[in-house]
Write a protein that binds this ligand. Structure first.
Ligand SMILES: Nc1ncnc2c1ncn2[C@@H]1O[C@H](COP(=O)(O)OP(=O)(O)OP(=O)(O)O)[C@@H](O)[C@H]1O
Length: 252
């Protein structure tokens, strides 16, 4: 079935727009519909969390929106670019040049210093880093006196701060954070979430975060909820309690 085009306002108000997004994993007689017609738009300069019960499709949605996985049907736009029309090579370039990533497992290169890790994506892309932005990101993440340390000499919280700085320094159109506090103690996790929130407020960054944690979600401007591959709820200015209540309702 042909997919209707994404809404025309997407290049301006929204950083990312998914329309009628469906992902089916073949599994013999019982294929899994991980996404089942999702329509969602992520506003520029906003921090949005994606939540839902285990298996509801959160990771699949993020992977399809980030060009890491191809949907079965539907459309994903980053700005004015339709991701589903791009071949693998162009998707790789788009991820490199226009998207930042923060993963649960930090994903730093152990032989490089914090500074080298932060600058690596720009270096690979042959892109100059704005020195004011670098200084700002280093200052807000509190890494100024750690820049010459290798990851093994940094705590988990500091390593994740490096990963956040790396994602932010190139001012990507969107940063996807996948359980960014999953490996951190609560104090380090709160710091990382504050950096993410501040980067939205101070730098106008757009962030989309998958999380299981209602407290983490309460740092976001908005939480969208998935169940069985469908978008079923949406909360603005969430409190941890409001998120817990919605999750309980979804899981009940
Ligand atoms: N590569 C795959 N092959 C087959 N099925 C898959 C694959 N990846 C995900 N699925 C299935 O798709 C559904 C959605 O999975 P997904 O990982 O997106 O959910 P999730 O909400 O992120 O889950 P969790 O909170 O447990 O990480 C699940 O039923 C899952 O088993």
């Amino acid at each position: 079935m042909p997919t209707p085009p994404a809404p025309p306002e997407s290049p301006t108000r929204y950083a990312v727009v998914a329309h009628a997004l469906t992902k089916v994993y073949p599994a013999g007689d019982a294929p899994v519909r991980a996404l089942d017609g999702v329509d969602v738009a992520f506003a520029r300069g906003a921090f949005t969390a994606i939540m839902g019960p285990s298996g509801s499709g959160k990771s699949t949605l993020m992977h399809c929106m980030a060009g890491l996985d191809a949907p079965t049907s539907g459309s994903v736009r980053l700005g004015a670019t339709e991701l589903t029309e791009l071949d693998d090579k162009r998707l790789t370039l788009l991820r490199r040049d226009r998207i930042g990533f923060v993963f649960q497992s930090f994903n730093l290169l152990p032989m490089l210093t914090a500074r080298q890790n932060i600058l690596l994506p720009a270096q690979i892309a042959g892109r100059a880093v704005d020195s004011d932005r670098f200084a700002h990101v280093v200052r807000v993440t509190g890494l100024a006196d750690r820049l010459d340390h290798r990851p093994a000499k940094l705590s988990g919280g500091q390593q994740q701060r490096v990963a956040v700085a790396r994602a932010l320094v190139g001012a990507p159109e969107v940063v996807y954070a996948d359980e960014p506090t999953g490996n951190l103690d609560s104090r380090s996790g709160a710091e990382i979430l504050s950096f993410l929130r501040d980067s939205v407020r101070d730098l106008g960054q757009t962030i989309v975060m998958v999380t299981h944690d209602p407290i983490a979600a309460s740092y976001a401007d908005r939480v969208v909820f998935l169940r069985d591959g469908r978008l079923v709820d949406d909360v603005d200015h969430p409190t941890a309690q409001a998120v817990l209540d919605r999750l309980a309702a979804l899981e009940g």
